[in-house]
Design a protein around this ligand. Structure first.
Ligand SMILES: CC(C)(COP(=O)(O)OP(=O)(O)OC[C@H]1O[C@@H](n2cnc3c(N)ncnc32)[C@H](O)[C@@H]1OP(=O)(O)O)[C@@H](O)C(=O)NCCC(=O)NCCS
Length: 177
C-alpha cells in the first residue's frame, strides 16, 4: 500500500537512488547494441537546489512520490514533471517515472500519473506529454492503457537532443543584441 504526496527536499537521496535503478532497468531491457547517449544523472545536491530552492519561481521541476504506508520513511516510486508551453498553450512534460519492482502492479504508476494530470488541469493545462523508449515493452503496455496519442507515429514528430558539447558549438554562433 502507498500514498501519493508532493516531493520534499529530504526525498532527494532516495530519488537519486531510484534514478540509478531506472537506468539499470532501461539497460536491462535494451538491445545489446543500443547506443547510450545520456549524460550521467544529477547528484543529490543539484537535485535539492533545482527542485527545492527557497525561491519557488526558480524551481526547475515538480515531483510527486509514492510513499509506503507500512514504512512512511520509504518511497516506492516517483514521477517528475515540469510545465511546458507551446503555441497550443499550457501543458506539462513528464520527464521520468519509476515504481520499485516489488510494488509494481498495485496501482502506484497510475496514481502518480493521475496526480500529475489532476494538478495540470487545475493549472489550466490541456496537454500531458512524455516519451518512452520503444524497447521498454512493459512501460509501453502500461502507457497504452491510458490511450494516449502516439505523436511519433501519428504526427511523425521526432524528439532530438543536443548534449553539452554540441550545445556549445551551436551557442558559439549566437549573436544576440
Ligand atoms: C511503468 C511502471 C511505472 C508502471 O507502474 P505500476 O505501478 O506497475 O503500474 P500500475 O500498477 O499502476 O498499472 C496500471 C495498469 O497498467 C498495467 N500494467 C502495468 N505494468 C504493465 C506491464 N509491464 N505490462 C502490461 N500491463 C502493465 C496494469 O496491469 C494495470 O492495468 P489495469 O488498469 O487494467 O489494472 C513500472 O512498471 C515501472 O516503474 N517500470 C520501470 C521503470 C520505467 O520503465 N518507467 C517508465 C519509463 S518511460
Amino acid at each position: 500500500m502507498f500514498t501519493i504526496r508532493e516531493g520534499r527536499k529530504e526525498d532527494c537521496r532516495q530519488l537519486v537512488d531510484m534514478f540509478a535503478a531506472m537506468d539499470a532497468h532501461l539497460k536491462s531491457t535494451a538491445d545489446p547494441d543500443t547506443k547510450w547517449t545520456d549524460d550521467p544523472n544529477v547528484c543529490v545536491q543539484q537535485l535539492e537546489e533545482d527542485g527545492f530552492c527557497v525561491e519557488e519561481s526558480q524551481r526547475r521541476f515538480r515531483i510527486f512520490v509514492a510513499q509506503s504506508v507500512a514504512d512512511p520513511q520509504t518511497l516506492v516510486g516517483y514521477v517528475f514533471y515540469f510545465p511546458k508551453y507551446s503555441r497550443k498553450g499550457r501543458g506539462v512534460w513528464m520527464e521520468s517515472m519509476y515504481v520499485k519492482r516489488e510494488c509494481r502492479g498495485t496501482g502506484a504508476g497510475v496514481a502518480l500519473m493521475a496526480a500529475v494530470a489532476n494538478r495540470a488541469l487545475t493549472d489550466g493545462c490541456q496537454r500531458f506529454e512524455w516519451s518512452c523508449r520503444e524497447y521498454n515493452h512493459g512501460s509501453m503496455a502500461f502507457y497504452k492503457k491510458l490511450e494516449p496519442i502516439d505523436v511519433t507515429h501519428d504526427d511523425q514528430d521526432i524528439v532530438f537532443r543536443l548534449n553539452a558539447p554540441k550545445m556549445r558549438q551551436l551557442a558559439a554562433r549566437a549573436d544576440l543584441s
